[in-house]
Design a protein around this ligand. Structure first.
Ligand SMILES: [Zn+2]
Length: 432
């Protein structure tokens, strides 16, 4: 058993639906007790100090501890091609992404990048991610093996692609089905690993492949489905041409049984009311990827409509390599600006909720992750809100004692902060 003393912030409610002050649990001087990688006890230092008098206490004085960030959409093979100039989605894929993903045929190479990628997540305080790979099974194995070495809870799956890509990234639908089935049996629920059936997007899959993907989801209902939806106008137009019998883009996935709980759709920028309504009813989740949407010029996600009006599960995501940072703080910052451009405001509590408990709920892992409730897995991040000279000037006065000051300081931290603001990241109670 061990214990950590610091200021703690987590959520006990959804700030989009209850008053923010009721959604937040803030303890300026708290104690988190950890046993076998899980939260054993949590409360104020004053109330718990006697009960755990014999337990070794590590102090993060002056720092703020939050549940580990959860990034619900990110491409590990694209780490090395982040910040590629000058294109929008379809041209960007052809020019930069597809040639990069080809390299992941080589498992040693895939392992090297997977290792870099996971360490980079940890450097940025991200403890769980929903990750896209490539069409090569060895690229999936490399990621899960490296994640297990770090004991990280990762959701991932082999990319399904059978058309509209270069020959070197095209698989046969039946082969992809067999490979995916083997991967599910090998990885889903193996340690902390979880599997996602991952068609890249509608454009790169044939009807046959999506039929087989739906068959897999029916065979393994607690496995995830993870893909892209309605990111870019040309993509939407091309999808409509390829699937003339569908009523809209979302309906392509619906027709093949791929829309339900544990379905995660990245972007969802150009959806109409009907699609929002259907996503909500299905219990599906949207990955809001603001740095990517701005970088590729894809458009502005309607967070208020999706979350407040339709009650859809939404989590924040970086979408590296179209996203421009691994940092969930920078992702919140761009999320705030995307909201501002639509005359809405994303409060700091809402932003941090979307990167912690809200994301855990979006991926149906709120029984394990996302807050400091007793019994949850002890993945957390230690924030230094004075990490740079400018942040220290802006956040003068030490750890906040009230919610108003806390809101000001965490807002400045998400606008000004990045990996420099991550003092430490813990996985299952171990400092990584
Ligand atoms: Zn993506």
């Amino acid at each position: 058993m061990k214990a950590i003393r610091a200021a703690f912030l987590d959520f006990v409610g959804d700030p989009f639906f209850v008053p923010e002050s009721e959604s937040v649990r803030y303890i300026p001087d708290g104690l988190l007790v950890i046993d076998q990688g899980k939260v054993k006890d949590f409360g104020t230092f004053e109330t718990l100090q006697e009960k755990y008098a014999g337990v070794a206490i590590a102090s993060h004085e002056g720092k703020l501890i939050l549940p580990g960030f959860i990034d619900i959409h990110v491409h590990y093979p694209q780490a090395e091609m982040i910040a590629a100039y000058g294109e929008q989605l379809l041209a960007w894929l052809n020019k930069y992404t597809f040639p990069t993903e080809k390299k992941f045929h080589d498992k040693d190479y895939a392992r090297q990048i997977a290792s870099f990628f996971l360490d980079e997540l940890l450097r940025n305080g991200t403890t769980t991610a929903v990750v896209l790979t490539t069409i090569f099974p060895s690229s999936v194995d490399a990621l899960f093996e490296e994640a297990q070495r770090r004991n990280m809870r990762i959701v991932a799956g082999q990319m399904l692609m059978t058309r509209n890509a270069p020959d070197f990234l095209i698989n046969d639908a039946q082969t992809a089905y067999t490979q995916t089935r083997e991967q599910i049996q090998k990885w889903h629920g193996n340690g902390r690993s979880l599997y996602a059936i991952t068609p890249r997007f509608a454009i790169t899959s044939t009807d046959e492949e999506l039929t087989l993907a739906g068959k897999l989801k029916a065979e393994f209902p607690d496995v995830y489905v993870h893909t892209h939806l309605s990111e870019n106008p040309q993509e939407i137009e091309f999808t409509a041409k390829l699937f003339p019998n569908s009523t809209d883009y979302l309906n392509v996935y619906e027709q093949f049984g791929l829309v339900g709980d544990r379905s995660i759709f990245a972007h969802c920028i150009h959806l109409d009311e009907s699609a929002f309504e259907r996503l909500s009813k299905a219990g599906a989740a949207i990955a809001f990827c603001p740095t990517s949407n701005l970088f590729l010029g894809s458009g502005l996600f309607k967070l208020g409509k999706a979350k407040s009006d339709y009650g859809i599960k939404v989590g924040l995501a970086t979408d590296v390599g179209a996203g421009t940072s691994f940092s969930m703080l920078q992702t919140m910052s761009d999320g705030y600006k995307v909201a501002q451009l639509q005359a809405e405001s994303l409060s700091p509590f809402k932003a941090f909720y979307l990167a912690t408990l809200g994301a855990a709920q979006a991926i149906y892992l709120e029984d394990k992750l996302g807050s400091f409730d007793i019994g949850k897995e002890a993945d957390f991040v230690v924030l230094d809100m004075q990490a740079t000279p400018l942040m220290a000037l802006r956040n003068r006065g030490g750890i906040p004692q009230d919610l108003e000051t806390l809101a000001e300081q965490i807002f400045a931290t998400m606008i000004l902060g990045d990996d420099r603001a991550i003092a430490a990241t813990y996985i299952a109670g171990e400092c990584m």
